[in-house]
Design a protein around this ligand. Structure first.
Ligand SMILES: Nc1ncnc2c1ncn2[C@@H]1O[C@H](COP(=O)(O)OP(=O)(O)O)[C@@H](O)[C@H]1O
Ligand SMILES: [Mg+2]
Length: 334
């Protein structure tokens, strides 16, 4: 049984070089012409004792964590630990069985995917999840739909207001594609493009709504090491504008990018701390490799490694963890 561990000085929710206090963050948003969306735009994300059950399977078990404004928090754990389920709960795709999610001081209860733009929350999906029949530009523009001002009538009748909005969104999509270095693919269908390009397009689609909370689900899977390095720098820059919750198996990226890390195993938070603290945590080793087994007693040559276990921080995906009661694939939550 793993213990829940608060590593280091209490896992304070302020980034390591976060020079922007609450007032500064509000000033910056106003300066950019972005109105604070909640009752308290200076409060971040707070998850309290969140439990999600799928029938007999407990995917999340009393999970609590925080992401402060302008903080990058890594969420790691073996396959099936419940990471994507947490994203699905935050974004309203699954209903928690118990517990609360609070964003900018406001509880998120019956929100749905189409509310996310207004709430200032965006996510990328595990995998890519682009629309195969739309061009790259159209895919990115789709991410802005919740913030369009054009009403349904003007959109349907094609009046000036909706076409004006469409032009503005397309321009913004093109700008983002250029910033992400994939402008040359704007008019292509995404299916035939290199995977690294598709991942950047998916990121652009999330960014076009100018979120204040960005949830990234395995953004580095399938990327080259050069692309991964570029991604790490980009996420560090994004935190000037938003909070980021990053699910990722590439530990080099997680360690280099995150201010703080939360470790899930079997749907429970087993450790939180700075990258260095988490890297040194025995709970993390247990989460990825299982409890050490005394070979002399069991005599089993197939048991997990004994002593000198490889630190989880250097291990990739494919750990041994599974949510309790799991019998099927770990990809159900996409
Ligand atoms: N919609 C769902 N219905 C049933 N089981 C699900 C659903 N979504 C996720 N699960 C299960 O919940 C557990 C956690 O899955 P997931 O959150 O995808 O893990 P991770 O992202 O950490 O790999 C797994 O056992 C998975 O099979
Ligand atoms: Mg997942």
């Amino acid at each position: 049984m793993v213990r829940r561990t608060q590593l280091g000085g209490g896992g304070e929710s302020v980034g390591r070089d976060n020079r922007s206090g609450p007032a500064a963050s509000t000033r910056r948003l106003r300066h950019r012409g972005v109105a604070p969306t909640g009752p308290d735009a200076d409060a971040g994300l707070r998850v309290d004792e969140l439990t999600v059950r799928f029938g007999g399977l407990t995917a999340l078990d009393q999970v609590s964590l925080e992401v402060a404004p302008h903080e990058v928090v890594g969420l790691i754990g073996p396959n099936g630990a419940g990471k994507t389920t947490l994203f699905n709960a935050i974004t309203g795709f699954v209903r928690p069985t118990h517990g609360t999610i609070t964003w900018q001081g406001r509880p998120l209860r019956r929100h749905r995917a189409h509310h996310l733009g207004r709430l200032g929350i965006a996510r990328t999906l595990q995998g890519v999840g682009l629309w195969p029949g739309l061009t790259v530009l159209e895919n990115v523009a789709c991410g802005a739909q919740p913030s369009l001002h054009a009403d349904l009538a003007s959109a349907l009748t094609g009046t000036w207001r909706s076409s004006h909005e469409e032009g503005r969104v397309n321009e913004e999509a093109a700008t983002l594609l250029a910033e992400l270095g994939v402008a040359e693919w704007a008019n292509r269908l995404p299916g035939a493009l290199p995977y690294g390009v598709q991942k950047r397009v998916a990121l652009a689609r999330a960014l076009i709504s100018r979120p204040r909370l960005l949830l990234l689900d395995e953004p580095a899977s399938g990327l080259s090491s050069a692309d991964m390095e570029e991604l790490s720098g980009r996420i560090r820059r994004l935190r000037q504008e938003m909070s980021v919750l990053l699910v990722e198996h590439h530990m080099d990226l997680v360690m280099a990018t995150c201010d703080r890390i939360v470790v899930l195993n079997f749907g429970e938070v087993v450790a939180t701390g700075t990258p260095a603290e988490v890297q040194a945590s025995p709970e993390v080793t247990v989460a990825y490799l299982g409890e050490p087994v005394d070979v002399a007693v069991t005599g089993s040559p197939a048991g997990p490694p004994v002593g000198g276990a490889v630190p989880a921080a250097t291990e990739g995906a494919g750990g041994s963890g599974r949510a309790r009661g799991q019998t099927g694939s770990d990809d159900a939550a996409g």
